[in-house]
Design a protein around this ligand. Structure first.
Ligand SMILES: NC(=O)C1=CN([C@@H]2O[C@H](COP(=O)(O)OP(=O)(O)OC[C@H]3O[C@@H](n4cnc5c(N)ncnc54)[C@H](O)[C@@H]3O)[C@@H](O)[C@H]2O)C=CC1
Ligand SMILES: Cc1cc2nc3c(=O)[nH]c(=O)nc-3n(C[C@H](O)[C@H](O)[C@H](O)COP(=O)(O)O)c2cc1C
Length: 174
């Protein structure tokens, strides 16, 4: 065990130290999509978390410098598509600098109740309206009320851990 990051003055840890720590905190991989008056957009996110089940709410953290930020901010609705283990390539596509049309061409989509694209083959898709946005440092925290969801019963999951992808095996599937 090392105490690399603990300074005597109890200052905040350096950005790189924080990232090294966060790299060890595994998380599901999601493609967040939206469609509406500002157009269609999507990006990869690991910063997704359950907030409360009453009302059913999750949060998504979005960097305000991302090209997609203004689209999500204007549309105020989104779908959280949690990826299955065979959808790693989609994560890379939506996490890079790829043009938006090219990102969406790589998969099949349905339209959710909010109008947001729902990914075929996702482990679960949460169709949401953004109820609140809070700014924290470089990111917006989008609080999202879940209006509908679609579950897949035949897929394993995908994790982002140690700066890489790992499958998440479901016990009831071989
Ligand atoms: N929450 C976020 O905004 C995240 C952004 N990314 C993006 O993907 C790139 C590659 O990430 P990794 O290969 O995991 O290596 P990395 O060393 O850049 O990041 C390690 C971990 O730190 C956290 N992180 C990275 N950038 C962040 C940011 N700007 N704000 C808050 N948390 C952040 C994430 O948990 C990430 O998995 C990052 O540099 C970033 O651009 C990746 C994961 C989460
Ligand atoms: C595995 C992975 C997880 C990511 N998680 C987040 C996240 O939670 N929040 C975020 O703002 N960006 C995250 N990113 C980066 C965005 O996906 C990326 O900045 C986004 O596609 C916007 O890029 P653009 O500005 O080229 O459109 C992640 C990238 C990867 C590869």
């Amino acid at each position: 065990m090392s105490a690399l990051s603990l300074s005597p003055e109890l200052n905040l840890v350096e950005k790189q130290t924080f990232r090294d720590g966060m790299a060890r905190l595994g998380a599901a991989v999601n493609i967040i999509t939206t469609d509406g008056p500002a157009g269609r957009a999507g990006f990869t996110a690991s910063a997704v978390c359950s907030v409360t089940d009453t009302p059913p709410t999750l949060l998504v953290c979005l960097n305000r410098s991302a090209s997609v930020w203004s689209v999500f901010d204007a549309n105020r609705q989104l779908c959280v598509n949690t990826l299955a283990d065979d959808q790693e390539a989609l994560s890379t596509l939506f996490g890079g600098k790829t043009p938006m049309a090219e990102r969406f061409q790589a998969a099949q989509w349905r339209t959710g109740a909010t109008g947001s694209p729902m990914l075929e083959g996702a482990l679960v898709s949460f169709d949401c309206r953004i109820s609140e946005i809070t700014q924290v440092g470089t990111h917006d925290v989008l609080f999202c009320e879940v209006l509908a969801l679609t579950l897949s019963h035949e897929r394993h999951g995908l994790a982002w851990f140690d700066r890489n992808y790992s499958p998440l095996r479901r016990r009831d599937l071989c």
